[in-house]
Write a protein that binds this ligand. Structure first.
Ligand code: C5P
Length: 261
């Protein structure tokens, strides 16, 4: 995809309008992206969601499918050397208001979110060379809609110039509780709450302590603790950060301010 330089109706080049939402697993990023998209859509502001973890998940899934030893950094890096050399073709494609990741021409769907993939991601996400190779994929964004991106290093590394930067946190217990319901309801995986909590704790530790692009808030990010906040309240805080000109001129009064539903 290469829509980042799409001309605006006036003819000049427009830059993508990016909102970055970083934070640890289970802090509420996806819920907030969904609510923001709904709220903005109802007011005539088109959005595209981008869970950038899918890029890491896509590569990890491919390595697992091909039987590559993830501890072998050279073998993993070789996957990124181009399709003609036997590498993987990763593509970011827009589908119904979301950016999805295709691996060798097909979207693995929910398979990307299984614990098999999640447990192996750190081999890939820790490698600075791999991270650098995955940057262009994350930066080729459509210029029209507001991009609601979620990840770990978006405000600090991937989109340092984003107009709106948010960092969400929540207690480990609350995040484990949220993720546990998700495993059960969405992925149909049977896993105890204690185990979910331990996995999240390990992943946080890894994401925060790795040398390459560790999980941390950008200096200019708004930090919101979602432990006891309803998603509507989080959305309201984020909307307060939006530039006024992201809303259509005829937007109802209050646009850019609080969520009213
Ligand atoms: O957000 P999600 O749970 O899909 O992320 C999976 C993993 O991918 C994270 O735990 C992290 O290791 C890695 N990741 C990353 N940088 C991002 C997004 C995800 O390192 N921007």
């Amino acid at each position: 995809m290469n829509a980042s330089d799409a001309p605006s109706p006036g003819g000049e080049l427009r830059r993508p309008r990016v909102v970055t939402i970083d934070g640890p697993a289970g802090c509420g990023k996806s819920t907030v992206v969904a609510r923001l998209s709904e709220w903005l859509g109802a007011r005539g502001v088109a959005t595209v969601g981008f869970s950038t973890g899918l890029v890491y998940r896509g590569l990890t899934w491919c390595a697992l499918e091909r039987g590559i030893d993830l501890a072998d950094a050279r073998a993993v890096r070789a996957l990124l050397r181009g399709v003609e050399l036997g590498g993987v073709e990763l593509r970011v494609v827009e589908l119904r208001g979301e950016l999805r990741v295709e691996v060798d021409g097909h979207d693995p769907g929910e398979a990307l979110r299984t614990t098999r993939v999640t447990d192996a991601i750190h081999w890939i996400a820790d490698d600075p060379e791999v991270r650098a190779a995955l940057l262009p994929l994350q930066r080729a964004l459509p210029a029209g809609p507001v991009i609601l991106s979620e990840g770990r290093d978006l405000g600090t590394v991937v989109y340092p110039d984003a107009a709106v930067k948010v960092y969400l946190t929540a207690s480990l217990e609350e995040r484990a509780r949220r993720r546990h319901s998700e495993f059960r309801d969405r992925l149909g995986e049977e896993i105890s709450l204690e185990e979910v909590q331990e996995r999240i704790r390990r992943r946080d530790e890894h994401d925060s302590e790795r040398e390459a692009a560790p999980l941390r808030p950008a200096e200019d990010a708004v930090v919101i603790d979602t432990t006891t906040l309803a998603p509507e309240a989080v959305v309201e805080e984020i909307l307060a950060e939006f530039p006024d000109d992201w809303f259509p001129p005829a937007a109802p009064s209050g646009a850019g301010g609080g969520a009213d539903e």
